[in-house]
Design a binder for this molecule. Structure first.
Ligand code: ZN
Length: 94
């Protein structure tokens, strides 16, 4: 039973991918997107409207230092991202 939702309650073996795979940006990124990702630490992918959302939100690709790349929309008014696996908050300038 997990009593600490903000902590990483998953066993370390949860992410079966190797570090090389996790640290590789998705193959469908354009050269320009890869550049933006490298320089700014995040890159805009698309706008997406999910169930319960009033408006479409921008989806970015950013990176968790432990779990590698993930897609997320900016949270809160400062627009941070949160790794879906360890809930680590990723703050990217800009
Ligand atoms: Zn993570």
């Amino acid at each position: 039973m997990c009593h600490a939702p903000m902590r990483n309650c998953q066993p370390q073996s949860y992410d079966q991918r190797t570090k090389e795979v996790r640290d590789k940006p998705p193959a469908n990124l354009s050269l320009k997107q890869r550049l933006v990702l490298k320089v700014f630490g995040k890159v805009y992918l698309r706008h997406e409207k999910r169930q319960g959302w009033k408006h479409a939100l921008p989806i970015y690709l950013t990176k968790c230092p432990i779990h590698g790349y993930f897609e997320d929309y900016p949270h809160g008014w400062e627009g941070y991202f949160q790794c879906p696996q360890c809930w680590k908050i990723i703050r990217v300038e800009g």
